[in-house]
Design a protein around this ligand. Sequence first.
Ligand SMILES: Nc1ncnc2c1ncn2[C@@H]1O[C@H](COP(=O)(O)OP(=O)(O)OP(=O)(O)O)[C@@H](O)[C@H]1O
Ligand SMILES: O=C(O)c1ccc[n+]([C@@H]2O[C@H](COP(=O)([O-])O)[C@@H](O)[C@H]2O)c1
Length: 195
Amino acid sequence: MRIGVMGGTFDPIHHGHLVAASEVQARFELDQVIFVPTGQPWQKTSRVVSPAEDRYLMTVIATASNPRFSVSRVDVDRDGPTYTVDTLTDLKAKHPDAELFFITGADALEQILSWRRAADAFALAHFIGVTRPGYTLNDHHLPPGAVSLVEVPAMAISSTDCRARNAAGLPVWYLVPDGVVQYISKTGLYSEPDA
Ligand SMILES: Nc1ncnc2c1ncn2[C@@H]1O[C@H](COP(=O)(O)OP(=O)(O)OP(=O)(O)O)[C@@H](O)[C@H]1O
Ligand SMILES: O=C(O)c1ccc[n+]([C@@H]2O[C@H](COP(=O)([O-])O)[C@@H](O)[C@H]2O)c1
């Protein structure tokens, strides 16, 4: 079994995340991709992150129609800051025979050596770095063979921009899945600028 793991804060999940996961699923012949919303993303300190349950529910809504996509609560349910080494350890325990592939955008890949116990995370999964508009994708700083680099269709979308657009009364239709637009409208998430 080959399992992709797409970690993210998903505040909100958008089509950049979904296209990246879909492209990697097809190219690496993954049986499934598990989306893992963060519990407490310790490196996103510059603003207040939305409640984990809202981010989890939006991720479920966004992925529900794809039979190869699912969502895990491992990070949402673990207390304390979210570290990928824990995410991968928990998923390995649930899927002991699986080969894990951790998917990250070019911006996250740049930061990866600042992650907790990064070397242990590399031992638990093969990492796949994907292109993202505005960032340069490279693995010069990473252990040889630890990462594959993949070009995915360019989606110049960020969660920051989706939140800002919603707060400004601009549409987020077609940037995020329809159900997520409706969830944001129903809950009033992002009606104020980032705090
Ligand atoms: N448009 C995109 N194209 C490719 N990868 C992306 C894109 N947006 C996010 N990613 C990747 O998805 C993962 C989760 O990203 P995250 O949830 O932080 O979204 P974000 O749009 O970067 O959020 P924010 O703007 O709040 O920082 C990261 O590995 C990130 O690099
Ligand atoms: O392990 C760490 O120390 C670590 C530090 C920052 C980010 N991550 C993971 O990287 C993924 C993308 O994070 P983010 O903050 O860009 O949404 C997500 O799965 C995070 O848990 C992991």
